[in-house]
Design a protein around this ligand. Structure first.
Ligand code: NDP
Length: 316
C-alpha cells in the first residue's frame, strides 16, 4: 500500500492552499481532487473579491492558478474521490483512505477539504441559467446586479443576511418565503422587514426562472391560493442552505447537527490526531474562497507541527 506523509482530500481553495503550504514544508502532499476538481468555484463565472486579482478572474481559471502553484512545489494532484476512511483513533497507526472504492493510501496526516454544496430548488430553468443570473452566493455575485432588481429564495439566517446585503446594491429585492413565517432569528427577520427596498412574499414558491440566455424574471405561485405572477428581475439568488460533503465521516469524526465537521478552534484539528479539516466542510458561516484558503493554510501548518512533535517524541 502506498504511504504518504500528507494526504489532502478535496481540491477547492482550502485543499490547494493546504497543498502549497504542505509541499513547501517538504511533506510531499498527495491530493485527490474529488469528482469536481477545483470545487464550487468552477461553477461560478467572474470572481472579483479574491485579493491578488485586481481585474477579477473567472472561477475555473483561478482554480487552475491554485493548482499550478500547488504543483510547482511538488504536490501530486490525482483525480479520484474518497469512498471510505479507516482512521487510527489515537493516531498511533497510519490513517487509511480508499479512493474510487479501489485504491487505498495510508497517510501520517490527512487534511479534509471536501467542501460543501449549495442546495438548489431543482428546477430545470435554475440549472440552465446558473452563472447567467442564477447564483447561490450573494456576497460573490451581488455586485453584478448593482442598481437592478433581484429575487432571493429562502427564509433562514443566510437568506436574510444575503437579502440585506443585496438591498444595499440593488434597487429592489423580492424575498420568497415558502411558509407564512421565517426560520431566521427574530433579529434577522426584523432587519429585512424594516428594509424599504425588500419586499417579502409569504407562502410563495418559484415555478420557473424566466429568460433564454440570462435571467429576465421569475414566475412564482402562492401555495395557498395557486395564484401565479411574474416578478421582473435580472438576478435570482437561492439561499436555502448548504450541505457539507461529510457523509463519509459520519460516526467517525465529530460534526454538528447539519454535518459540518467540528474542529478545535482556532486550530484545524478534528477529534482524531493527525486528521485536520479546512474550508467549507468546517465553516457554515463565512464560506468564502479567501476564508477557505486561510483555513487550508492552518491545516497544513497544523499537520507539519503534528509530524514534527511526533518525530521529536520518537527521538526522545
Ligand atoms: P436554514 O436551514 O436555516 O434555512 C433554510 C431556509 O431555506 C429555510 O427557511 C427553508 O424554509 C428554506 N428552504 C429550504 N428548501 C426550500 C425550498 N425548496 N424552497 C423554498 N425555501 C426552501 O439554512 P441557512 O443557510 O439560512 O442557515 C444555516 C445555519 O447557519 C443556521 O443554523 C443559521 O442560523 C446559521 N447562520 C447564522 C448566521 C448568523 O448568525 N449571522 C448567518 C447565516 C447562517 P423552511 O423554513 O420552510 O424550512
Amino acid at each position: 500500500m502506498e504511504h504518504v506523509k500528507c494526504l489532502i482530500i478535496g481540491s477547492g481553495p482550502a485543499g490547494y492552499t493546504a497543498a502549497i503550504y504542505a509541499a513547501r514544508a517538504d511533506l510531499s502532499p498527495v491530493m485527490y481532487t474529488g469528482m469536481e476538481p477545483g470545487g464550487q468555484l468552477t461553477q461560478t463565472t467572474e470572481v472579483e473579491n479574491y485579493p491578488g486579482y485586481p481585474d477579477g478572474v473567472q472561477g475555473p481559471a483561478m482554480m487552475e492558478d491554485f493548482k499550478k502553484q500547488a504543483e510547482r512545489f511538488g504536490t501530486d494532484v490525482r483525480f479520484g474521490y474518497a469512498s471510505s476512511v479507516n482512521f487510527s483513533k489515537d493516531g498511533s497507526e497510519p490513517h487509511q483512505v480508499t479512493f474510487d472504492e479501489s485504491v487505498t493510501v495510508s497517510a501520517d496526516t490527512v487534511i479534509i477539504s471536501t467542501g460543501a454544496s449549495a442546495k438548489w430548488l431543482g428546477l430545470e430553468s435554475e440549472k440552465r441559467l446558473n452563472g447567467h443570473g442564477v447564483s447561490a452566493c450573494a456576497v460573490c455575485d451581488g455586485f453584478f446586479f448593482k442598481n437592478q432588481e433581484v429575487v432571493i429564495v429562502g427564509a433562514g439566517d443566510t437568506a436574510c443576511e444575503e437579502a440585506s446585503y443585496l438591498a444595499k446594491l440593488c434597487t429592489k429585492v423580492t424575498m420568497l418565503v415558502r411558509r407564512e413565517e421565517f426560520r431566521a432569528s427574530k433579529a434577522m427577520q426584523h432587519r429585512v422587514e424594516n428594509t424599504k427596498n425588500i419586499e417579502i412574499l409569504y407562502n410563495t414558491e418559484t415555478k420557473e426562472v424566466l429568460g433564454e440566455k440570462a435571467v429576465e424574471g421569475v414566475k412564482v405561485f402562492n401555495n395557498q391560493t395557486g395564484e401565479e405572477k411574474v416578478i421582473p428581475a435580472t438576478g435570482f439568488f437561492v439561499a436555502i442552505g448548504h450541505k457539507p460533503n461529510t457523509d463519509l465521516f459520519k460516526g467517525v469524526l465529530p460534526m454538528d447537527e447539519v454535518g459540518y465537521l467540528k474542529v478545535e478552534e482556532p486550530s484545524s484539528r478534528t477529534g482524531i490526531p493527525g486528521v485536520f479539516a479546512s474550508g467549507d466542510v468546517m465553516d457554515s458561516i463565512y464560506r468564502q474562497a479567501v476564508t477557505a484558503a486561510g483555513t487550508g493554510c492552518r491545516a497544513a501548518l497544523d499537520a507539519e507541527r503534528y509530524l514534527a512533535a511526533k518525530e521529536t517524541a520518537v527521538e526522545a
